[in-house]
Design a protein around this ligand. Sequence first.
Ligand code: LLP
Length: 415
Amino acid sequence: MNKTDDGFSYLSGALHCEGVPMARIAEDVGTPTYVYSRNALVNRVRRLQTALGTENACQIYFAVKACSNIHILEVLRSAGCGADIVSSGELFRASVAQIPGELVVFSGIGKTEKEISEGLKAGIHIFNVESLAELLTIERLAYAAGTKARVALRVNPNVDAKTHPYISTGLKKNKFGLAPSELREIYAHLEKLRAVNICGLSCHIGSQILNEAPFVKAWKELIKTAQEAPFDVTYLDLGGGLGIRYQREKEYSLERFGALVQKTFKGLNYKLGIEPGRSIIGPVGMLLSQLVVTKKRGSRGFYILDAGMNDLLRPALYGATHLVSLVELPKTRKFSPVDLVGPVCESSDSFQTGVRLPALKAGALLAFGNAGAYGMTMSSQYNSRPRPAEVLVDGSSYQVIRTRETYADLIQREL
Ligand code: LLP
């Protein structure tokens, strides 16, 4: 597989994931189905690891929220990744995937006492702390458990990530991280802490970032805060946030990102961690779907698919575009604009308007690209639609890594 191969390509006019025709997956497993390429996933991890170099021993903690299937986590674990979690549900998944506690970082702004206790019990690497109150709770629970918690303070560097406002997290007005005054308040408590070892700082300024300026600004602020901190900072967590090419955006590659980390921290004696999600798993997953019915109103055509906003929420929530590919390349060159929509009873259940596609019949297969990140994890059963299946392809074979939900799954908790 070459350097930028993300696992999907046409062979004799048929879309394949690695060596497996997508049409075969649709036939065997049904649709809608998320399809991931194992080798492309490992390839992206390797590319990032290589680009990060060895000088600062930068550990990748995969952001589990981007794709939390335990089989995907297992692949990532065997490629050397740890996990960035934001709930004890994600901690549970990481532990089932046998990611050891010391390779888990616990982020999140509202960790409950139960979650903190579970993190302590699992012996996680570090808690990224977002408030004095949270720090004092960790201190109390760790002391009671007779253990010592490692902590990094999450700095809010007040940097504009220039991304969608819903996924921007590094500005003063955002709820995340510690502003300078909140940091000072924490510093005033340092002497009283017996069961907490504050040894690091972290930041995460947002997601789908495609240029280096916001990263550099945030990391420089992190370094400055580390140098001024009244405790020994040995570890810096640089967050996630690297974007991917959904349409024609200019990509900021894994190679450039790794080189930027190396350049920014060269000669500084910190152990580093990063928390990427989307840039690792996004491009190596597609959502496979089937055309249910077509509709024409004047000059406007609708293709209504069996995948909807409950299966892939990003277009409805963020106005995101996931480019569509036909599973069989058409023989005709006659394309006309259509609206690609889902079956859910909301007008926001639309994937793309005015896409140029050939005339298709019910049953035609289509696949949405870059759906590996925040696709399945943000799916729901809205409209009582069982969630999709997930499939992991490895060479010329594949494995169903999550079966399609059934009607029984819809009501199983409604005793
Ligand atoms: N670390 C922290 C603390 C985070 O909050 C996030 C993402 C990440 C790491 C991973 O960021 P990534 O490398 O994936 O950009 N649902 C949205 C994205 C929400 C991101 C939330 N935090 C979407 O579909 O675009």
